[in-house]
Design a protein around this ligand. Structure first.
Ligand SMILES: *Cc1c(COP(=O)(O)O)cnc(C)c1O
Length: 457
């Protein structure tokens, strides 16, 4: 990426121990000798040569922290973990404000029978767990940009969930403009509402093409030197380290809440996975000392990780379409981070199990969750629920199982079993948003047209 103040400048980026007493140092997974500060990694997103930024060290939380954890609120817990990770590259009082502001919605655990809980991560503004990452990242960028005050312009291509979280995460954040490209006719009604009805600093571009076309336009914009320099373009891509860090927080929180209910319980997590950011963030929490029996990466028919655990051979494949479409990923981008974290296959296979489920199994699980436990779910969470079943059958584990509820069922009504569709209650926030005027700009798959739109602002 050729953006002047984000470009890698080793002499500036060498973390300076005189300046920061305690700071996060990141390395590039493809060029481990290349180091970066947190700020640099946040703005660059992807490291040089398509590498990923990885923390060189993860701090281990103290015994005292774990003892207090069950009694901490989400934002109190978040402040401690984020401060330990990022150090003083962001002052403690700012971290406190960022956490209080970003994680201002409830994170309930709902019980489904004995020993099984759903950690509901879908009560934020976009109704999916991606709110944690997007809201945190937007506030961090805004803080780092406070001195330069360059107008930052975030460009995102979305096929659905990411766009909503980013749009809502950056909505009304000072100094930042957001442009979201989405493929015409290929996002759900409520997903479109989340992109087009916010207004303010968020602009929706409806592209007469596919998601891949949208993504190609965004990539081309970053390669256009004049454009990226003049407009301060940056990306909110899901591989950004600032989106991953906040996703490790809710594992700590869930563990603490379980200890409140069942002191001394062993805990395992089942994570519906696509790009493997969520489960990778869980592994960060474990490396920071969180006692976790096992992580289950629960997947749909896109099972390259499941197969990798068997024989250590990672073979990316084209993705196949399933009901859980936010997990239709044939080449999970965070796989590289997971391997780096555990130093290869043998470490990975001690920490993760993975099970793959068909659409039929997913629908049957949604029916079971509703009929037995009164829990109205959606395909992604249902796959997480199934992962716990498979693991228990295989191992006989009696640990408390927590599966992640990654999205609100209202976002996936058209793909629910017919008998469940009318039962979903649409959250008031979504109904309110839907009443606002919908504003979008339509465009062809044409880079010149896109360029003009950005330059005219
Ligand atoms: C993005 C998403 C996932 C997959 O998360 P990864 O971090 O990519 O593994 C699962 N469920 C829902 C609803 C999502 O939006």
């Amino acid at each position: 990426m050729e953006i002047d103040f984000y470009t890698f400048e080793p002499e500036k980026q060498d973390p300076n121990p005189q300046f920061f007493q305690r700071s996060m140092i990141l390395y590039n997974t493809r060029q481990p000798s290349q180091k970066s500060t947190f700020q640099h990694a946040v703005f660059q997103g992807l490291a040089d040569g398509n590498g990923l930024f990885m923390p060189e060290q993860l701090p281990v939380m103290t015994a005292d922290f774990f003892q207090h954890l069950p009694h901490l609120s989400f934002s109190e817990m978040a402040e401690e973990v984020v401060s330990a990770l990022i150090g003083d590259e962001i002052p403690e009082d700012v971290i406190k404000d960022i956490c209080q502001d970003a994680f201002s919605f409830p994170v309930p655990l709902t019980q489904l029978g004995t020993q099984t809980y759903c950690l509901e991560l879908f009560h934020g503004p976009s109704l999916a767990f991606k709110d944690f990452g997007a809201r945190f990242m937007s506030r961090v960028m805004s803080y780092f940009n406070r001195i330069d005050q360059k107008p930052l312009h975030v460009l995102v291509a979305t096929s659905g969930d990411t766009g909503g979280a980013v749009a809502m995460g950056f909505h009304n954040v000072p100094g930042i403009r957001v442009t979201i490209l989405y493929p015409k006719g290929r996002v759900s009604k409520f997903q479109e509402v989340q992109l087009t009805c916010l207004g303010g600093n968020v602009r929706a571009l409806e592209v007469d093409g596919s998601f891949d076309d949208c993504q190609a336009l965004v990539k081309q914009a970053f390669q256009d030197r004049e454009l990226s320099q003049k407009e301060g373009l940056t990306s909110a891509n899901s591989i950004n380290i600032a989106r991953l860090i906040p996703q490790s927080l809710y594992y700590f929180y869930a563990w603490g809440q379980i200890q409140n209910m069942i002191p001394g319980a062993n805990v395992l997590f089942s994570v519906p996975s696509g790009n493997f950011g969520n489960v990778c963030a869980g592994a960060f929490a474990m490396k920071m000392g969180l006692p976790v029996e096992m992580f289950i990466a629960a997947v749909n028919a896109n099972r390259v990780f499941t197969d990798y655990l068997k024989d250590g051979i990672f073979t990316p494949k084209p993705s196949v379409a399933t009901l859980a479409n936010a997990m239709d990923v044939g080449n999970p981008s965070n796989f590289e981070r997971i391997e780096a974290l555990f130093g290869g296959w043998s470490g990975v296979k001690d920490t993760f199990r993975s099970y793959s489920f068909s659409d039929e199994e997913t629908e049957a699980a949604e029916m079971k969750m509703f009929n037995l436990f009164g829990n109205l779910s959606e395909p992604h969470a249902a796959i997480g629920f199934l992962g716990l079943d498979s693991y228990r059958n295989e191992t006989g584990s009696d640990a408390v199982g927590v599966f992640l509820g990654t999205a609100h069922p209202a976002k996936f009504i058209p793909v629910l079993p017919e008998s469940l569709r009318s039962k979903v209650e649409i959250p008031v926030s979504l109904l309110e948003l839907e009443k606002m005027p919908s504003v979008k700009q339509s465009m062809q798959v044409d880079f010149e047209e896109f360029r003009q739109i950005i330059l005219e602002n």
